[in-house]
Design a binder for this molecule. Structure first.
Ligand SMILES: [Cu+2]
Length: 487
């Protein structure tokens, strides 16, 4: 039986150790925290160096990730080129942090797409370890979904095609390489993919420079600015980052803004609340628009979940400084500095997009997330990930209900579940119908210890093998993942 200590070595066997020489060759200093070669993910890995001083909040402006320019515009497709490569970023003021990037920026460049128009991305891998690009939330053929063992070998280029046959949504792309996704994403392999459609545009939600993607992550910094990555070390990743900066400020005009909040951290649950409990109006979740706006004072995001919220800053006098806090850590995430009133023809209509009724489910399945004492790790239905094994065989066109249970026995920790290929509907939590913030299309659902959530999805098309997994990436990298095959 595979023990936990052996699991931690799997990363090295799968090429994990190669990351360090790759970076060392670039003299980026990532190797500064000593990890013996071949024990890349060893449970005993510790960081003995000094931590960077906690950064002062509100000293740097929120950067916006660059928007990627197509290398070619065809009649029916936009073509992009991106190189995955090491870089150095100034995440904390005055410190140089070696990172892994798509195209050089810590939050990769944003790809803007429109429903019905194809996007082709040529990804070149300039790392010394394999990568795999997953477009999170996208409905794509298996060959373009970034299966964990379907790697882009170092030094090669692979082409991913996205048909964008789905509704407008805040999607994101990130690494999914077998055993390596946790470290790769933590170090920077993540970016936004914003899909628009004419129906959404007609609603007149805030657009253009009033539509702001905000990627939330966390990190553990060494004194020299290096990112410390140790598997399952979430308790030490205490610096919160918004678009790669610690508690930045954002100057805003006195009008409505749409903020696309993405939790791209490996393990953290963000519970976001404006100071004073001021109103946020959630308009979309993972897979796009909610049926109706959901006014709230708090939005909670587990890893990989998204919430698009509208804030009307015209309610506040010029000069107001409004802080968005993470309630769970008690830390500020971002501060809005309200400026002059501005003309605003955006609106939040009372109806957004009705939720499609799905056909009657013909199959019900149980998905149990639990800790296995013998294996020493978290499993799905009692098993660790095996890319060669098919766990669920699903008939093309069928509608299924998955009853997902997070067992608190013998260890109760939060998990979530991300299902590739589909957007699902959250039916209920412990028998209570999904709340207004979960009534839109979802691809990731959070599960508190002991909780049971039922979701329903139609596997309309695209045959082939896909994964479903806990999106707390330290968990999935260590095997909390399984395979379904649509036949
Ligand atoms: Cu988990």
């Amino acid at each position: 039986m595979v023990k936990r200590r052996d699991l931690f070595k799997l990363g090295a066997l799968a090429g994990g150790a190669a990351v360090i020489p790759a970076l060392a060759a670039q003299d980026t200093g990532v190797q500064a925290f000593a990890r013996p070669a071949g024990h890349h993910h060893h449970a005993a890995a510790v960081f003995r160096g000094r931590a960077a001083a906690a950064p002062e909040p509100f000293t740097v402006r929120l950067p916006l990730p660059p928007v990627l320019k197509p290398s070619a515009v065809l009649a029916d497709a936009d073509v992009y080129r991106l190189t995955t490569r090491p870089a150095v970023a100034e995440l904390l003021p005055g410190l140089r942090t070696p990172v892994l990037t798509y195209g050089g920026s810590f939050v990769g460049p944003t790809i803007r797409a429109t429903t019905g128009r194809r996007v082709i991305v040529h990804h070149t891998n300039a790392l010394e370890t394999g990568t795999s690009v997953h477009l999170h939330g996208a409905h794509v053929p298996a060959a373009h979904d970034g299966f964990p063992t379907d790697l882009i070998a170092p030094g090669t280029t692979r082409t991913y095609e996205y048909a964008n046959q789905q509704a407008a949504a805040t999607l994101w792309y990130h690494d999914h390489a077998h055993h390596m996704e946790a470290e790769h994403v933590y170090r920077g392999l993540h970016g936004f993919y914003l899909l628009e459609d004419p129906g959404e545009r007609a609603l007149k939600l805030p657009r253009g420079s009033y539509d702001i993607p905000i990627m939330l992550t966390d990190a553990r910094f060494a004194e020299d600015g290096g990112l410390v990555f140790i598997m399952d070390d979430s308790g030490n990743r205490t610096t919160l980052l918004a678009n790669g900066r610690p508690a930045p400020y954002l100057p805003v005009a006195g009008r409505r803004y749409r903020l696309r909040l993405l939790n791209a951290s490996n393990m953290r649950v963000f519970q976001l609340r404006l100071a004073g409990g001021e109103e946020l109006v959630q308009v979309a979740s993972d897979g796009g628009l909610l049926p109706a706006p959901a006014p709230t004072d708090t939005t909670t995001l587990s890893a990989a979940e998204r919430a698009d919220v509208v804030i009307d800053f015209s309610r506040y006098p010029e000069g107001t400084k409004l802080v968005l806090d993470d309630v769970l850590s008690g830390q500020p995430v971002l501060r809005f500095d309200v400026g002059e009133r501005e003309r605003d023809d955006s609106r939040v209509p009372s109806e957004l997009r009705p939720q499609d009724p799905l056909p009657e489910a013909t199959i019900e399945r149980d998905v149990t997330l639990a800790y296995d004492v013998d294996l020493g790790w978290f499993t799905i239905n009692g098993k660790l990930f095996d890319p060669e094994r098919v766990d669920f065989t699903i008939n093309e066109g069928s509608t299924e209900i998955w009853r997902i249970h997070n067992s608190a026995d013998p260890i109760g920790v939060p998990h979530n579940l991300h299902v590739h290929l589909v957007q699902f509907q959250v039916l209920d939590r412990d028998g209570v119908p999904a709340g207004p913030q979960e009534r839109g299309p979802k691809d990731t659902v959070a599960l508190a210890p002991g909780e049971t959530v039922r979701v329903k999805a139609t596997f309309a098309d695209h045959r082939g093998r896909y994964v479903f997994h806990c999106h707390q990436l330290d968990h999935s990298s260590m095997g909390m993942m399984a395979v379904f095959e649509v036949v």
